[in-house]
Design a protein around this ligand. Sequence first.
Ligand code: CMP
Length: 138
Amino acid sequence: ATNRTFTMIKPDAVKDGHTGAIIKQIEEAGFRIVALKKTQLTGERAGQFYAVHIERPFYKDLCAYMSSGTIVPMILEKENAVADFRKLIGATNPAQAEEGTIRKLFAKSIEANAIHGSDSDENATIEGSFFFANMEQY
Ligand code: CMP
């Protein structure tokens, strides 16, 4: 079925000028952009977004990194969106990401890994609503 996923281009990739190349790769893979903007998280809002990771040793660093610069959040639509998008971006750790994946091409480290992809339909909805009102989703 056609469904949606949520993604954001992370501060390292935006700073390095990879926004256009990443969006091109996403569209060429058949995803339709439902919502898109450029914004910046505060440390507090990053903490809310990543609340599921609050007990992880990398949580504090992750929140500092994710609020260190602008990001480009997007809602995307495609057949089998969540799983297909995770294939397109590759493994969390770029050292383990497959050739041609967005993280293999643009990620710098396991933390500064260029892009986010929701891990379930449920989280895609929650994460998408974190950034976009219903009337911003077309
Ligand atoms: P993502 O999977 O989009 O969401 C959780 C993020 O935490 C992940 O991307 C990385 O940016 C970061 N992350 C995950 N694992 C680690 C780790 N072991 N060390 C540092 N950062 C991590």
